[in-house]
Design a protein around this ligand. Structure first.
Ligand SMILES: NC(=O)c1ccc[n+]([C@@H]2O[C@H](COP(=O)([O-])OP(=O)(O)OC[C@H]3O[C@@H](n4cnc5c(N)ncnc54)[C@H](O)[C@@H]3O)[C@@H](O)[C@H]2O)c1
Length: 357
């Protein structure tokens, strides 16, 4: 680290929703990192975040933040259209890079960034926070152990009431600026498709509603390279859900990522409504209640994903360990989003580009 100190000094570019609601509160609780600088083109957002989190170095031009020799790492938390420009600047300045999803808006931009990162000595990680969810980690482990048997199919949904509750920034309305459910929401689950199944998406077929803005609500089906079919649903105009169901030959796993008790395994040999499974479930709820209460006091499993992803990133900088969620992984999720966009325009299934950078 440029500082030679143990505490990672971080600068954040972009002081909007994700920084103020998720990253800054998570970072405040972590001992190994200190946020010392912020940048945002909007002075109001900059000062609001700076005052709330007591951060004095503030810049309306991110390039001045990158010039700061005391910074070890930079988080790029601006709308997707500007991700790559700022990330390239951070790498050129010798900083470790944390970059929000979607990595970029096209593969050419991804490739430029990946090539630059390959030649850098610093770490680079994409902010797919759901990979750090306690239940996702457990699910991955039991899938890898073979508890579910061969996977038959996967169903997922990631929906919210965001558009019903709030006025969203204009960039979220157009694909061209990274908006709409495919770029903004679905990439999280595209990443989980890969992370949980252990293989790539081969083909997607997307149906997208777009009466008032791009990709208001999207339903899509896909086939993975191991033949597993997937069906997913994404929207910001209904109630909240963040769910995955993995159907295996030995049983079904149901994950509800906003629920402490959202990990349910139904062995293929057992009828879920039977008396024994109900008693086992009730017993487990009582037994796990102290842990559930403690997780709740920390904001719940979902909010804790931001804490865990930062802990992971900081650890990898301090101990020089390998990053799991690399820029290449961000590119893979984007490849699925781009195929889905093409499919919804053509009205037919589209093969996912498997080119490498
Ligand atoms: N991982 C997650 O859970 C999650 C959640 C929400 C958003 N995101 C991602 O985070 C990124 C930001 O999303 P958001 O919801 O915070 O957006 P936002 O619109 O609320 O905030 C973005 C901020 O960046 C600032 N900005 C724009 N261009 C800039 C530039 N060139 N230099 C400096 N500041 C600039 C804007 O003024 C604004 O304050 C997006 O890529 C989004 O997809 C991730």
């Amino acid at each position: 680290m440029p500082n030679g100190a143990n505490v990672v000094k971080l600068g954040i570019v972009g002081c909007g929703r994700v920084s103020v609601n998720h990253h800054l509160p998570a970072l405040k609780k972590l001992p190994g990192v200190e946020v010392i600088a912020l940048a945002d083109t909007d002075k109001g957002c900059l000062n609001w975040a700076g005052d709330r989190f007591h951060i004095n170095k503030r810049y309306t031009d991110y390039r001045f933040l990158l010039d700061s020799p005391s910074l070890d790492a930079v988080a790029v938390c601006v709308p997707p259209k500007s991700h790559v420009e700022i990330a390239l600047g951070a790498l050129a300045a010798g900083k470790h890079l944390f970059i929000e999803k979607p990595l970029a808006l096209n593969l050419e931009e991804c490739d430029r960034l990946i090539e630059r990162a390959r030649n850098a000595k610093t770490k680079a990680m994409v902010g797919f926070n759901l990979r750090h969810h306690r239940l996702v980690r457990q699910a991955r482990q039991i899938i890898q152990q073979g508890t579910l048997g061969d996977i038959e199919s996967i169903h997922t949904s990631l929906t919210s009431a965001l558009r019903l509750r709030l006025k969203v920034p204009e960039w979220r309305n157009q694909r061209s600026s990274g908006g709409g459910a495919l770029f903004e929401v679905a990439v999280h689950h595209f990443d989980l498709w890969r992370y949980l199944s252990g293989c790539e998406a081969e083909e997607v077929f997307a149906m997208s509603r777009a009466d008032n803005w791009d990709d208001e609500t999207v339903t899509l089906t896909a086939r993975m390279t191991n033949g597993v079919p997937i069906a997913s649903n994404f929207s910001e105009r209904t109630s909240e859900s963040n769910e995955l169901e993995i159907y295996g030959r030995k049983g079904r796993l149901r994950l509800s990522l906003y629920d402490f008790y959202g990990f349910e395994f139904y062995p293929a040999t057992i009828t879920p409504g039977g008396i024994r499974p109900r008693i086992v479930k009730a017993y487990k709820m009582l037994k796990d209640f102290p842990e559930a209460f403690s997780v709740m006091l920390n904001g719940g499993d979902f909010l804790m994903t931001y804490h865990s992803e930062w802990q992971y990133f900081i650890d990898s900088i301090q101990n020089d360990t390998k990053i799991e969620c690399t820029l290449e992984e961000g590119r893979r999720a984007l490849q699925i989003a781009l195929a889905a966009i093409e499919s919804s325009s053509l009205g037919k299934p589209v093969r996912v580009d498997h080119s490498s950078p």
